[in-house]
Design a protein around this ligand. Structure first.
Ligand SMILES: Nc1ncnc2c1ncn2[C@@H]1O[C@H](COP(=O)(O)OP(=O)(O)OP(=O)(O)O)[C@@H](O)[C@H]1O
Ligand SMILES: O=C(CO)[C@H](O)[C@H](O)COP(=O)(O)O
Length: 289
């Protein structure tokens, strides 16, 4: 934890919506005059896409599995060191994993490759991480301990798979079969390294569709926000003003003492009402109460 160089992390599985959610944070930071350093978790993958294909084949031949959710394909200690260093002096080296041609062409690179490592900009107010492992813990490695405000982005699993399948086939050039295979291959690491993070978060946003998603592998489109509710669970944050949130967010209700449910269309608004005071508190005092 750091008072001077706070870290906010949005953590979630592949396709959960962490990148999409980042836009809401970008807007809030702009409006609040906060200068944030941005970090995509995919920086800490160990392999390029062709290298990963080789690793997957090798693992299969040896009766093992490897996936983007686990420590074999991601450098957790390097991520922890990055967070530690940013917390200490606001510096750090990052790179980007380029998923699509749109992302890769400006760098004159191929999709599935990394940009060179580079320094974060100087004098930022906060580090904003979005990715798979903002709350990861693995043996001696504890990424979560360095995060001052940890948010889980976690649609129910059928919806998460639909979001991944639609996005990966539409934008990242993968076949439906390849995405399904990757979901199956990742299951072990999903249980061991992704889901436990959501018990370490301060807040989880769980999107729950109200349309039939019972066969996610046949879905052609992502259920919209208006076709869903969002379950928002708070943990370890004192003084959440639930009566205020309930009065401001039309159609919201409490389902438990620490759980607010809002109509999907109100998700960005709810996020703003909830996050703004917490971000301000973090910037002003270095911690959230
Ligand atoms: N609230 C939402 N409503 C509708 N569609 C959404 C929502 N959140 C995410 N999506 C869609 O789901 C897909 C995956 O979202 P996104 O790219 O943000 O996931 P991600 O968590 O960043 O995944 P990865 O870690 O694999 O990059 C995208 O097509 C996005 O438009
Ligand atoms: O989203 C992911 C993890 O967050 C991807 O599965 C991983 O980054 C590999 O990307 P690609 O399939 O574009 O090579």
């Amino acid at each position: 934890m750091s008072a001077k160089h706070p870290i906010i992390a949005v953590t979630g599985s592949s396709g959960a919506g962490t990148s999409t959610t980042s836009e809401a944070f970008r807007k809030m930071f702009n409006m609040m005059g906060i200068n944030a350093a941005w970090l995509e978790g995919d920086s800490f993958h160990r392999f390029t896409r062709p290298e990963m294909d080789v690793e997957i084949r090798k693992a299969k031949e040896q009766g093992r599995h490897i996936s983007y959710f686990g420590p074999q394909a991601n450098d957790f200690p390097l991520l922890e060191n990055f967070f530690r260093q940013y917390g200490e002096d606001g510096s750090g080296k990052f790179r980007r994993y380029l998923h699509t041609f749109d992302e890769a062409v400006p760098y004159n690179q191929m999709p599935g490759s990394f940009t060179p490592w580079q320094e974060l900009p100087e004098n930022t107010d906060v580090l904003f991480y979005e990715g798979l492992h903002g709350g990861a813990v693995d043996g001696e490695t504890n990424v979560a301990q360095h995060v001052d405000l940890l948010i889980g982005m976690v649609p129910i699993v059928n919806l998460e798979w639909i979001q991944k399948i639609v996005r990966d086939t539409r934008d990242r050039g993968h076949s439906r079969e390849a995405v399904m295979e990757s979901i199956v291959r990742s299951m072990d690491d999903y249980l061991n390294y992704i889901t436990p993070q959501f018990s370490r978060t301060h807040i989880n946003f769980q999107r729950v569709p109200t349309v039939d998603t019972s066969n996610p592998f046949s879905a052609k489109a992502i259920p919209s926000l208006d076709e869903s509710f969002v379950v928002i669970r708070f943990r370890g944050i004192k003084n959440v003003d639930f009566p205020y949130l309930l009065s401001m967010i039309q159609g919201s209700h409490m389902s438990r003492h620490n759980t607010l449910v809002v109509p999907g269309g109100k998700m960005s608004f709810a996020m703003e009402l909830i996050m703004r005071p917490l971000i301000q508190q973090l910037i002003d005092t270095g911690k959230i109460g």
